[in-house]
Design a binder for this molecule. Structure first.
Ligand code: PMP
Ligand code: GLN
Length: 379
């Protein structure tokens, strides 16, 4: 068989989590919380399962969840998407991103990706026959080099994939970034796929600015989100997409043949749980404590970093300590120090190694404390 994606192996998240397991290491690699969700939410799922909500949900998602998500979006971003025509519930943000890209990218179309980038964007583009154009984020703070973005646009540019808060750097878009993006796509036929899965995890009073809250941008964007990150339930794989009706119509054509619909009892549970804003408005504060705790400990390990602005990841550089590759460092840390992390070269299409590693700090403080103690061994 001739592979359709010959350059790809197994994702780094699977590889590192397996390595952590094999070597009994603390797993700060793949991004998932080391604690459970609110018992209230767990009980709601149990309740709806018991009450028989166990058959196919409507293709676009159950109306109650789309309705409450619409109200939540209005509360957070002052725009109320039409739950009938502008919102779909899907099986994780990964599906939302895949469906959005598949819905719009044709063979030969160019799609801009800002690197380092989450690993699911490029394969989706390639499977549609598109060409991914990789634009580096600025060294230092991983902000967007808008001049480079603009100079990468050609008459073949169909879309741009953006991600705020950003995985792996934690960079959170400013209103000036949104304005630059609006300027970029104005008068050009460029669509936006906006990955906002960490929308409720921002720090130091920073606010997540969704493209939904920007009048010009929302008219050309697929905004993709995930309940997995917000409610500590990554294994549920329930996410959503918000887009204007003409884009959503095309999106649903793909979604109906990728998964058709998404897990029913969990949709009912989320519909009820989302009615209480404090359930999502408290998440940033919760994670800010974790970030601060982790960063405090990281200071004495010899690694260099600037505290993440958002997401539940902290990147750190080690180039001043060693010149081994980030992959080798991640492997040695897992096997010898018993702490697993992600080598950030995995977020570059050509595996560029800038001597950065990424830690997930969505763990119990005791686990973070133990990991930080072990990382002292880096010195
Ligand atoms: N985008 C980013 C930036 C992510 O970190 C993740 C992590 N899982 C996803 C998308 C996928 O989200 P989901 O698990 O809801 O598919
Ligand atoms: N988003 C998670 C991360 O960045 C991983 C999700 C996955 O394993 N596919 O670690």
């Amino acid at each position: 068989l001739q592979s359709k994606l010959p350059h790809l192996g197994t994702t780094i998240f699977t590889v590192m989590s397996q390595m952590a397991k094999d070597h009994n290491a603390i797993n700060l690699s793949q991004g998932f919380p080391g604690f459970d969700s609110d018992p209230v939410l767990l009980e709601l799922v149990a309740k709806y399962t018991r009450e028989g909500y166990n058959q196919y949900a409507p293709m676009a998602g159950i109306p109650a969840l789309r309705e409450v998500l619409s109200s939540k979006t209005e509360r957070c971003h002052a725009y109320r998407p039409n739950p009938e025509t502008e919102i779909s519930i899907v099986s994780g943000a990964t599906e939302a991103i895949f469906c959005a890209i598949t819905a719009v990218v044709k063979p030969g179309d160019e799609v801009l990706i800002l690197e380092p980038a989450y690993d699911s964007y490029e394969p989706a583009i390639l499977l549609s026959g598109g060409i991914s154009i990789h634009i580096p984020l600025k060294k230092g703070d991983f902000s967007i080099d808008w001049e480079r973005v603009i100079s990468s646009v050609t008459f073949k540019t169909k879309a741009i994939v953006i991600n705020t808060p950003h995985n792996p750097s934690g960079y959170v878009w400013s209103s000036s970034d949104l304005d630059h993006l609006a300027q970029l796509i104005r008068d050009r036929n460029i669509l936006v796929i906006s990955d906002e899965v960490y929308e409720h995890i921002t720090f130091d009073e920073r606010k997540h600015l969704s493209l939904i809250g920007h009048e010009e941008l929302r008219e050309k964007s697929f905004v993709c989100g995930s309940f997995g990150k917000t409610f500590h339930v990554t294994g549920w794989k329930v996410g959503f997409c918000i887009a204007p009706p003409e884009l959503m119509e095309e999106f649903r054509k793909i979604h109906q043949f990728v998964t058709f619909s998404t897990v029913t009892p969990i949709q009912y549970a989320l519909a009820e749980y989302l009615k209480t804003p404090s359930n999502y408005e408290s998440v940033s504060e919760f994670y800010q404590k974790k970030r601060d705790f982790f960063c405090q400990g990281l200071k004495t390990t010899g690694l260099e970093f600037s505290p993440a602005q958002g997401s539940f990841f902290q990147m750190a550089s080690y180039g001043h300590l060693s010149d081994i590759s980030d992959k080798e460092l991640a492997e040695r840390m897992t096997k010898e120090l018993k702490v697993a992390c992600i080598p950030v070269s995995a977020f570059y299409h050509n595996g560029q190694d800038h001597k950065f590693i990424r830690f997930c700090f969505a763990k119990e403080d005791s686990e973070l404390q133990e990991a930080l103690g072990r990382l002292e061994g880096l010195k």
